[in-house]
Design a protein around this ligand. Structure first.
Ligand code: FE2
Length: 420
């Protein structure tokens, strides 16, 4: 009785330890190794191994072994009949000597005999094979008792659950990775679609070729200077690319008129922000506010813009960014009735209209981005690429830009730029 009690305490101790191992070990391999050692140790079993089942290869891959030597196969194949029998058997130890009719035991007969493997426990968890445990003879040479088998079963269940959990985690990780890839693909498709749309918009206007694409890029520069995160920067760029999408419905001869258009034509053209909003609204954009940027990119801080004559506080911020990028591009590119203006004039204009049309901190951010590139503070060549090298490197432009920036700083919280 005392001996049985001792045994029981010992077994409970081993089970508790095994449960702890499975719940707390981060390293799966190590968890399996420790579990095997606990199992072998608690019943004084000479040799043993734990294998994980791979349903793709229909094979058992050894995860941990003790006393099997180098020549024991690391991978054991199962045929359909073996799997069926294991599933029917459930999580009960199978006496190898009694199971020789199964193909599995015939194929590996020599290996099992050589290592004196007495028991095989199929690890069946929720009606699925997750692995097996192989056990050699007991150190005292005795046969496994019913009591031993009960203990083995309890411990095998723990190990099986550990493997099943690991399989589940691996499957979840695989799905998460798959989802991430799908999301990336989707995002790429969205970006490509946005760019294709921008090109389509720009195709319609032969005089302002590449306008939408440039506005997208200038908007991106401003957002970056404002310290937005990558996601927000992308959203602002998209808003820039698509701001004139409403022009797709405006007659080509109005857009391409080689003269200043009349009031009626102007009224027609001025519908494009509202139309753009209607086009973009039903689309599920990964970023908010893209439709609002289209709708309000012709609004001004002083309320003299269109379509709604909104004031500073009412204009969505993204629309203010796109408005600045849009105006900058209009001033720095040739139009049918107007040639591009020199860089210093454009800077003066932006400065003068700061607080009237443009948000001062956006103008400051834009100037800073420009200056960083001109002084080599960044390696980017964004402005040079968009405007041409000569345009950007006109004599006296850098000091002029610094002056403008310092002048702007009276209305902004950004630090002064050194004038040397
Ligand atoms: Fe526009």
């Amino acid at each position: 009785m005392a001996e049985n009690q001792q045994k029981l305490i010992h077994t409970f101790g081993a089970l508790a330890e095994l449960g702890y191992e499975i719940a707390h070990k981060q390293n799966f391999q190590e968890m399996i190794r420790t579990s095997l050692h606990l199992l072998l140790g608690s019943l004084a079993i000479m040799r043993g191994g734990v294998a994980r089942y791979s349903r793709f290869g229909h094979e058992l891959n050894m995860l941990a072994m003790r006393g099997f030597g180098e020549d024991f196969p690391l991978s054991l194949s199962l045929c359909y009949e073996d799997e069926r029998q294991f599933l029917t058997n459930g999580l009960e130890p199978i006496e190898v000597a009694q199971a020789k009719v199964l193909p599995f035991f015939q194929i590996y007969d020599t290996s099992f005999e050589k290592k004196r493997i007495d028991l095989l426990v199929p690890l069946i968890i929720r009606a699925e094979i997750v692995g097996v445990i192989l056990l050699g003879e007991k150190a005292n040479g005795e046969r496994y008792s019913a009591y031993d088998k009960d203990i083995i079963c309890a411990m095998a269940r723990h190990i099986g659950v550990g493997i099943a959990q690991r399989n589940l985690t691996a499957e979840l990780e695989r799905r998460a990775e798959e989802n991430r890839k799908l999301y990336d693909d989707l995002r790429m498709t969205y970006k490509d679609t946005v760019k294709a749309f921008a090109t389509a918009i720009d195709c319609k206007d032969k005089y302002t070729e590449g306008h939408s694409v440039r506005v997208g890029k200038y908007s991106e520069i401003i957002a970056r200077e404002l310290g937005y995160d990558e996601n927000e920067i992308e959203g602002v760029a998209v808003a820039g690319y698509l701001h004139d999408v409403g022009k797709l419905t405006v007659e080509r001869n109005i857009i391409n008129a080689p003269y200043r258009i009349n009031a009626k034509e102007s009224a027609e053209l001025n519908k494009h922000p509202a139309v753009g909003y209607e086009i973009l609204l039903p689309i599920h954009h990964p970023y908010t506010d893209v439709p609002l940027a289209a709708k309000y990119h012709h609004e001004r801080l002083d309320g003299r813009g269109y379509p709604d004559g909104l004031g500073d506080k009412e204009i969505p911020y993204i629309a203010k960014i796109v408005n600045l990028a849009d105006s900058f591009d209009a001033m720095t590119t040739d139009r049918p009735y107007k040639r591009r203006r020199p860089a210093n004039e454009v800077v003066e204009d932006l400065q003068r209209n700061s607080g009237k049309q443009f948000a001062p901190e956006l103008v400051t951010a834009f100037f800073r981005g420009m200056l960083k590139e001109l002084t080599g503070e960044t390696r980017d060549r964004r402005f040079r690429k968009l405007l041409g090298r000569e345009y950007m490197e006109a004599e006296g432009f850098i000091p002029m830009l610094k002056d403008a920036l310092n002048g702007m700083n009276g209305t902004s919280s950004l630090t002064l730029v050194s004038l040397d």
